[in-house]
Design a protein around this ligand. Structure first.
Ligand SMILES: C[S@@+](CC[C@H](N)C(=O)[O-])C[C@H]1O[C@@H](n2cnc3c(N)ncnc32)[C@H](O)[C@@H]1O
Length: 279
């Protein structure tokens, strides 16, 4: 039974970091004319109304996207303008926050393809409607981990995989690495991005150790903690692990993360920008 609904969390500090990295990766893949495939194993609904009862219940976006202004972050111009577009171009009022499939679709050219997996029936229906029978996009209401493996390697030989599960059960932390390793084995040249929440630091340490122990090369980690690690309930930090990142991404994140921290920090926050495995 799926209880997680991303609508409660849309636009929070974790979404901000995730989507900044995602937009960077999409920018990179569309620099060349050669087509690419985008695979989103846990797609969500695709677009979230910030005035919905869900978003308003927690107002998490107030600690995330609401704190970022164009004037403070000229280097985030592309990401912020896309968020503005999702609000029907009404740049001054933040009415909606886009999800990963929305960002990806915005980048698709004629020969690019997107495969979106979403298991929750309500979010799947919303996603399908949003994608509006776009012939470049296929939405599947299936398990995203299995779906992901079935597409690799992509026919275009160029691809970006986003793995962004809800980590509702503890075994997810183990499962994501197992699937990531299998997926990488099938498509070693692919770009992979794995999102993770920090609720219990030890789980993330185990996850990264296993990934590094797999022998996969070119792994980078970008994390933003808005609070110090804690044993209390709740997410204090989140991160993105990227395999085969663009060569410019590390330096860009090194400059960006301290700036983001200064805007999003709630209490004793910190950031991590690390090369987990080199060339
Ligand atoms: C964190 S949200 C995704 C957010 C989205 N990637 C974004 O950035 O906007 C995780 C989603 O995975 C869905 N989900 C959970 N288990 C799944 C599974 N086995 N296969 C596909 N989707 C699943 C949940 O319903 C939820 O909508």
């Amino acid at each position: 039974m799926l209880s997680y609904r991303h609508g409660f969390h849309a636009g929070n500090f974790a979404d901000v970091l995730k989507h900044i990295v995602l937009v960077d990766l999409l920018d990179y893949l569309t620099q060349k004319d050669k087509p690419f495939e985008y695979i989103d194993s846990h797609a969500g609904a695709g677009l979230y109304k910030l005035s919905s009862p869900q978003a308003n219940k927690t107002s998490e976006y107030e600690g995330g996207i609401s704190r970022l202004g164009n004037e403070d972050f000229p280097e985030l111009g592309r990401y912020l303008s896309l968020v503005g577009e999702a609000c029907n171009g009404n740049g001054t009022r933040l009415s909606h926050y886009p999800g990963s499939p929305w960002f990806a679709r915005r980048y698709l050219r004629e020969r690019d393809r997107a495969w979106l997996y979403e298991a929750h029936p309500t979010d799947f229906a919303a996603l399908e409607k949003l994608m509006d029978r776009d012939s470049r996009v296929r939405c599947q209401q299936e398990d995203g981990f299995q779906g992901l493996l079935s597409h690799l390697p992509p026919t275009t030989k160029r691809g970006l995989v986003l793995i962004d599960p809800s980590y509702e059960v503890k075994s997810d932390y183990q499962q994501v690495v197992d699937y990531l390793i299998k997926a990488h084995r099938k498509f070693p040249s692919g770009v992979f991005a794995l999102w993770y929440p920090v609720v219990d630091r030890a789980r993330i340490d185990r996850l990264t150790q296993k990934l590094v122990g797999s022998g996969i090369r070119r792994i980078q980690l970008f994390e933003l903690a808005v609070q110090a690690d804690s044993n209390e309930h709740g997410m204090t930090a989140s991160g993105m692990i990227v395999i085969n990142p663009p060569w410019t991404q590390f330096e860009r994140m090194q400059q960006l993360l301290p700036k983001l921290l200064s805007k999003l920090d709630q209490q004793d926050g910190f950031y991590r920008c690390e090369q987990l495995a080199g060339e």
